[in-house]
Design a binder for this molecule. Structure first.
Ligand code: PLP
Length: 412
């Protein structure tokens, strides 16, 4: 039977109980036994975010003219983000997430190139193999083509190979800071030089690293530049709902200049109401996502983000050190931030993932190279040792072939 609207509305008490029951089968993310999907700073930040979101839940970010509060908060969020990414003279706006930011960057690059090189009918984007699927999704919707080039032995973008892949139809280069799967940052400086030399648009996907990455650098870790201090960078996507630790539905798309930002705009005039003009893919935008992002960023401030950066980087170092003590295990590449992927010699890493799952640890698989992935956030810090112990026990189990079957329950 199909679910139908209840004839009589249910009470909030009843609904709350139903929803609490429904979520008992969900991922238990509060205790750090997961690898992805969740960015949670702490309960204080959660409270601020919830209150701020609720305060502006009904307001609509499409109507900035009538909600000067949202206009101001969005502008301030963008300015704070540009400050982190050294974007003097740069411009930007908020979007609903990384996928929308990337979509709009690709759209802007396409329209920018259309004016300069109208003879290009099917524009091409050159990206490393490690680029997020959102890039292909965008290109697919926009009638463009992505050429993925194998990464180097360090799993970073191979800039020489990318240069060799450029054709007369190429309009855009793409790099990540860091890539989702292995957590390594592409050589953006070199990609920027190539972009300038060949007059191409360079988009930096800093969906993961854009907000917290600069704080990791501030702590003294070597984090190579991936921001507007590099003259070849045209646009950057930096998610707030990832390492900005704000509620979901919040990302930023930043452009080197106001002029480049305008290529992202869509305008339409031929309907009863007249001019409809937006910089986003979405029309109606949740005021709550804007307000909560503003509130969380101001609540955490530099000191708050530095503390998170310190926690997750220490946790990653501890995790790596412990991992290397487990026979056969190794880290793939040299992760730059808090995302790490590891593989194994002599036994199947995905079998190990399966055993971990049976022990209540939900790790994400990486297919090429074969590995498991972990995005370390503050909730992981207290359980690093427990996780390592589970990994050691699971590895022993796999080595002794005490596992049957294959595959993993979770797919990204
Ligand atoms: C998550 C992610 C995206 C897509 O962002 P959504 O917010 O999921 O739409 C893009 N690039 C990278 C590197 C990501 O990790």
């Amino acid at each position: 039977m199909q679910t139908q609207l209840p004839a009589q509305g249910r009470s909030w008490g009843e609904l709350q109980a139903m929803m609490a029951e429904m979520r008992t089968g969900d991922l238990d993310w509060r205790h750090g036994r997961h690898a992805a999907y969740i960015w949670f700073a702490n309960e204080e930040v959660e409270r601020v975010a919830r209150e701020a979101y609720g305060m502006f839940m009904v307001e609509n970010g499409l109507g900035l003219r009538v909600f000067p509060s949202l206009r101001r908060m969005e502008e301030e969020v963008v300015q704070m983000t540009l400050g982190l990414l050294r974007g003097q003279g740069a411009a930007g706006h908020m979007t609903s997430g990384g996928t929308e930011s990337i979509f709009l960057a690709v759209k802007a690059a396409r329209d920018w190139a259309r004016i300069r090189r109208p003879q290009v009918l099917t524009p091409e984007i050159i990206a490393p193999f490690s680029a997020h699927p959102a890039l292909n999704k965008a290109a697919h919707y926009l009638g463009m083509v992505v050429i993925r080039v194998a990464t180097g032995p360090d799993f970073r973008a191979d800039v020489k190979a990318m240069a060799a892949a450029i054709t007369p139809n190429t309009i855009m280069l793409y790099g990540s800071a860091p890539g989702y799967s292995l957590g390594v940052i592409d050589p953006i400086t070199k990609l920027g030089e190539l972009a300038q030399e060949r007059e191409l648009w360079l988009h930096v996907d800093a969906c993961v690293g854009g907000i917290l990455g600069p704080f990791v650098r501030q702590l003294g870790y070597s984090v190579l530049p991936f921001d507007f201090s590099l003259p070849g960078v045209s646009s950057i996507s930096a998610d707030l709902h990832k390492s900005g630790y704000t509620p979901k539905g919040a990302s930023t798309l930043l452009f080197r200049s106001k002029e480049l930002l305008e290529y992202g705009r869509y305008e339409f005039d031929d309907w009863p109401t007249g001019l409809y003009s937006t910089l986003t893919f979405t029309g109606t935008r949740p005021g709550g996502a804007i307000a909560a992002a503003w509130a969380v960023m101001n609540f955490l401030g530099e000191q708050g983000y530095l503390k998170i950066a310190e926690t997750v980087m220490e946790a990653r170092k501890r995790f790596e050190a412990g991992l290397l003590k487990i026979p056969g295990m190794h880290v793939w590449g040299k992760p730059d931030l808090w995302a790490v992927a590891f593989g194994s010699e002599g036994y199947d890493i995905h079998q190990l993932g399966k055993v971990m799952l049976s022990r209540g640890w939900v790790l994400s698989p990486v297919r090429r190279p074969p590995g498991l992935h972990l995005m370390i956030t503050p909730v992981h810090e207290p359980v690093i040792d427990e996780c390592l112990a589970a990994l050691a026990a699971s590895a022993a189990q796999v080595r002794e072939k005490k596992v049957t079957g294959s595959g993993m329950a979770i797919r990204y």
